[in-house]
Design a protein around this ligand. Structure first.
Ligand code: BTN
Length: 284
């Protein structure tokens, strides 16, 4: 780790093994409102695929479902990556799962932690969130103009410095392991993983990514509650389908296909129709 672990473009590029991501343009800010907001503005203005927006701190870091992302200076990674994928808008949820895989593998490569992925793309350690991903898309008629992938990773925040209002739900690499990490190194790993999975996605589509996501998330057969927009679902996870939707067998036996929501795991599985007793459900 360098003496001052800043995320300056030169630091990020030092040893970065990507060909596109972070190569042509990195917009760096000591402080910004939100890297995603800036990334959207420059993507609207034509910034190329692989452009990064990086900040040491965010004043109004955005989370999913209208929430905010705590972004203290120098303690985490707050980055947005601009993609210009040549896929249909309906395939965008697949990019969300792809990013979760890249983020999870970043943790695997840098710290052997017992993490879980909460569908679609939260990374948790010990039940607390360590990384979050906010993906925003802009359409030009019926095609994708760009997708902004925003990653927030809590790195060097000490357990005792977590604000009390999030201490029960958030953690950081330092809080979990007791040591400090190089943010530049973690960011390089993330960019390399993301670029490599993005290449795989363009070449072989979603299937290999779906399989890796399922391996990492181990969610099939789990009993969950999902708070969606205006509706809460409860049941057992049957699959992640080929579009990236979560397939849930509800307690009344109906099968739901869910695009977005907040998942909580429920430990005790009540009896539910259609189960073969082994934690797996049949769709037919
Ligand atoms: C979530 O878990 O709700 C998503 C959090 C995403 C936070 C990141 S930090 C970098 C990027 N810029 C933002 O304003 N949000 C994302």
């Amino acid at each position: 780790m360098s003496k001052e672990d800043l995320l300056l473009p030169a630091e990020i590029r030092d040893g970065l093994r990507t060909t596109v991501f972070g190569r042509e343009r990195i917009d760096y800010f000591p402080i910004i409102d939100s890297t995603n907001v800036h990334a959207r503005a420059i993507a609207d203005g034509g910034a190329p695929q692989g452009t990064l927006v990086v900040a040491e701190a965010q004043l109004r870091g955005k989370g999913r479902m209208g929430r905010s992302w705590h972004s203290p200076a120098g303690e985490g990674i707050y980055v947005s990556v601009i993609l210009r994928p040549r896929v249909l808008p309906s395939e965008a949820p697949q990019l969300v799962l792809m990013t979760a895989v890249a983020a999870a593998e970043t943790l695997l490569a840098n710290a052997a932690l017992p993490f879980t992925i909460k569908w679609p793309n939260d990374i948790l350690v010990g039940g607390k969130k360590i990384a979050g991903i906010l993906t925003e898309m802009s359409l030009d008629r019926d095609r994708i103009d760009y997708v902004v992938i925003g990653l927030g990773l809590n790195v060097n925040t000490r357990a005792e410095s977590m604000p009390p209002e999030i201490a029960g739900i958030a953690t950081s690499l330092c809080a979990v392991t007791g040591r400090m990490f190089s943010r530049a190194e973690l960011l390089r790993t993330f960019l390399e993983k993301l670029e490599s999975y993005y290449g795989l996605f363009q070449e072989r589509h979603f299937e290999p990514i779906r399989e890796r996501w399922l391996d990492l998330a181990r969610i099939i057969g789990k009993h969950v509650k999902i708070a969606g927009v205006g509706h809460t679902y409860e049941g057992e996870v049957v699959d992640i389908d080929r579009d990236g939707f979560l397939i849930l067998k509800s307690l009344d036996g109906t099968v739901e296909r869910i695009l977005a929501g907040d998942v909580s795991l429920i430990e005790n599985l009540p009896h539910s129709p259609g189960s073969d007793g082994s934690g797996k459900f049949f769709l037919t």
